[in-house]
Design a protein around this ligand. Structure first.
Ligand code: HEM
Length: 408
């Protein structure tokens, strides 16, 4: 194929799911973008986009061709200075990735997680009981946020004080992953960005961490020579970034979907063990994490299109999970569906290392709610975030407790 033909085959689009309209509802845009071809040049993102299940899967699993070093967002670290020090697990390739990932996998072993289960369930019951008294509350501010902000930093061994800073830090991480992030940075961002980076760095130091938490176990791996002290601090940071926001969005999105689909709520209400399935189908149907970013490792042909060296390639996992060539009735939220094979948690060597703890948290807190509640309905309009990522800022709800019930 001649160079001219290759260029002719490049399909471009000025659609951008990573702006206000997309954060509010990306799915109609995804449908158009999937129809354009297997790989689309995204003019406004200065990056390639893949939207179909097959290509998304290829990009996120073929780490030899599509590396992670260029950053976990649209900002391309090969050409743009990253806002923060890159992650030592999420934004690296083997062999470095293998070393750090091995430590996290061990720290998050099934046996380690099993020890957390009873504590999480007790915390979930306590939270739900306080909400049963209030009846009307914000399912984001009063339910989806406080739970992961309590149980995950507890597991890591972080002191109680100041944990709300993790939410601010997550906002900055999102902003700092955007294309040309520096151009949109205000003076106030400079000041607050520095403060929050220092806060997080201080709280990732070994001195401040409790002796029995995941953080201390990560530092034990540094003492054993498996990773450096710098990598240990950065792995603690990974828990505090990746570990908090995804779960908050997941819990609030599940409640939102169950309220919007009363027949699905009825299935879960009648059999509360189905909360796990409701959460998993939420991940497929409308997860907060919509993209996984990679960079080409050199010039390459992909689906007949010539990609340049270190080009950004964005795998729209939220679109792959709605691809009709992979899923029957993809736009239907169905808690009885077999969701095996969705890519909401990634897959391959970078697949979410925290997925089991995320499921444990969601099952504990949503399970406690469903077991105690007969009815849940909107008490106002949901408010979606319009910058940075898809997620709910506010979700006012009213609940009616089951007769005589308290969460257990
Ligand atoms: C519902 C909640 C969550 C969602 C939707 C989610 C989503 C994801 C996705 C899509 C990836 C793949 C990134 C890639 O391929 O580049 C990932 C990786 C990761 N996740 Fe999660 N995650 C969640 C919860 C958590 C939790 C609770 C933790 C920590 C306790 C965590 C820690 C990580 C880490 C460290 C990575 C990087 C793994 C690697 O690069 O090897 N995540 N997550």
């Amino acid at each position: 194929m001649s160079a001219a033909q290759e260029v002719a085959e490049r399909v471009s689009s000025d659609l951008n799911p990573l702006v206000r309209e997309g954060f509010l509802n990306p799915y109609p845009m995804y449908q158009e973008l999937r129809a354009l071809g297997p790989v689309v040049w995204m003019q406004s993102l200065n990056a390639w986009g893949v939207f179909r299940d097959a290509e998304v899967r290829r990009v996120i699993t073929d780490w030899q061709s599509f590396g992670s070093k260029g950053g976990g967002g649209v900002s391309n670290f090969y050409f743009e200075k990253p806002w923060r020090e890159p992650s030592v697990v999420f934004e690296v390739d083997p062999p470095d990735h293998t070393r750090t990932r091995t430590v996290l996998t061990r720290v998050l072993s099934p046996a380690a997680l099993a020890k957390l289960k009873a504590g999480m369930e007790a915390e979930a019951a306590r939270l739900v009981n306080s909400l049963l008294e209030r009846k009307t509350f914000d399912a984001v501010a009063d339910f989806a946020r406080p739970f992961p902000l309590k149980v995950l930093p507890d597991a890591v061994g972080l002191p109680e004080e100041g944990r709300h800073n993790l939410l601010t830090y997550n906002q900055f991480v999102r902003k700092g992953r955007a294309l040309n992030w520096r151009q949109n940075w205000t003076e106030a961002d400079e000041v607050e960005g520095e403060r929050i980076t220092n806060w997080v760095a201080d709280h990732c130091r070994r001195e401040g961490l409790k002796a029995d938490g995941f953080g201390a176990q990560i530092y034990a791996a540094a003492d054993a020579g498996e990773i450096s002290d710098y990598e240990a601090a950065m792995l603690v940071r990974s828990f505090l970034t990746a570990g908090v926001e995804g779960t908050i969005n997941g819990i609030s999105h599940t409640i939102n979907l169950l309220m919007a689909h009363p027949e699905q709520w009825a299935i879960v209400r009648d059999d509360p063990t189905k909360v796990r399935a409701a959460f998993e189908e939420m991940l497929r149907f409308d997860s907060g994490v919509q993209i996984i970013a990679r960079n080409t490792m050199g010039e390459m042909d992909f689906e007949g299109v010539r990609l340049g060296a270190f080009d950004k390639v964005i795998a729209f996992i939220g679109s792959a999970n709605r691809d009709p060539s992979r899923w029957a009735n993809p736009d239907v939220y169905d808690v009885t569906r077999n969701t095996a094979g969705h890519v909401a948690l990634g897959t391959g060597i970078h697949g979410c290392v925290g997925q089991m703890i995320a499921r444990m948290e969601a099952t504990a807190v949503l399970g406690a709610l469903v077991r105690a509640v007969d009815e849940i309905r909107p008490a106002g309009a949901p408010v979606y975030r319009t910058t940075g990522a898809r997620g709910l800022e506010s979700l006012p709800v009213t609940i009616r407790g089951r007769q005589g019930s308290l969460a257990q």
